[in-house]
Design a protein around this ligand. Structure first.
Ligand code: ADP
Ligand code: MG
Length: 263
């Protein structure tokens, strides 16, 4: 079923073709909460324009890994470089600028319940990115069109399905024209019949050139769309491979066990 969706939407890939890209490099990145070390010195390079799926069991550190990239969490040690530039010491304007280059899509959508779809997108554009009202409105409608929701612009989140809310959240994440977009289990909170519409938007995005890092349990999506799979367990990157290799010939015993459970 997903394959059919994916191939049908390929023609729309140009929709997001204005987006640019950046590389992300983890260098001995450590994250601890108090005495609890949850990432043990990660070395990982994600190339500019690459689509990477992060897979691993619950509690393995996947969310922490991607939240470090836009500093929703702060590093305990090591460094993260974006386009070759260290980011851990950035503050103030420089940090805000970095964040505007990175979009984030959450499992629970995180839309403002008291704002319409259009207003949810405009808020970030006006307040964070300093867009004048009219320009923010034009951009918001354009983004809603790209995720197939222009006609829902004036709906409140409560009037939208989960799949539609997540598409609004994707449009909002794209509003600052980021170079990197991070997804943390974007379809895990959705009813099964709504997963396809969100994956379809993500597939279109994957072809746009933007750097895309996706924590997901959608193995078929990872297999068909990702350039590489990163398998993480116990706070360590245990395997990095092209999806075909990972899914047919996993090397690490824990990757083998993980795949036996999820496939
Ligand atoms: P995953 O996304 O792979 O399920 P997480 O990155 O959310 O894993 O969590 C990795 C580990 O870090 C887990 O043991 C979790 O309990 C712990 N953890 C995550 N966030 C916090 C936090 N804010 N405070 C303390 N421990 C946390
Ligand atoms: Mg998580």
């Amino acid at each position: 079923m997903l394959s059919a969706l994916f191939s049908r939407s390929a023609a729309k890939a140009a929709d997001f073709s204005h987006l640019q890209q950046a590389s992300v490099q983890f260098r001995q990145a450590v994250k601890s909460y108090g005495d609890h070390r949850v990432l043990n010195g990660i070395d990982l390079t994600i190339h500019s324009g690459e689509v990477v799926a992060i897979l691993g069991p619950s509690g393995s550190g996947k969310s922490t890994l991607i939240r470090l990239i836009n500093q929703l969490e702060s590093l305990s040690g090591g460094e993260i470089l974006i386009d070759g530039k260290a980011t851990s010491q950035l503050t103030g304007n420089a940090l805000r600028q970095l964040r505007s280059r990175i979009g984030f899509v959450f499992q629970q959508f995180n839309l403002y319940a008291h704002l319409t779809a259009r207003q949810n997108i405009m808020l970030a554009l006006e307040k964070v990115h300093g867009f004048p009202h009219a320009k923010a409105e034009t951009r918001a409608l354009e983004l809603l069109r790209k995720v197939g929701l222009e006609e829902k612009a004036d709906h409140m989140p409560s009037q939208l399905s989960g799949g539609q809310q997540q598409r609004v959240a994707i449009a909002r994440a794209l509003s600052s024209s980021p170079q990197i977009i991070l997804f943390d289990e974007p379809t895990s909170a959705l009813d099964p019949e709504m997963i396809g519409e969100v994956l379809q938007v993500m597939q279109t995005l994957a072809h746009s050139g933007i750097t895309m890092i996706v924590v997901t349990h959608e193995m078929q999506f990872a297999r068909e769309i990702a350039d590489r799979v990163v398998f993480i367990d116990g706070g360590d990157v245990l395997e990095v491979a092209p999806p075909e290799t990972f899914f047919t010939r996993p090397q690490h015993p824990r990757a083998v066990r993980f795949l036996q459970k999820v496939l």
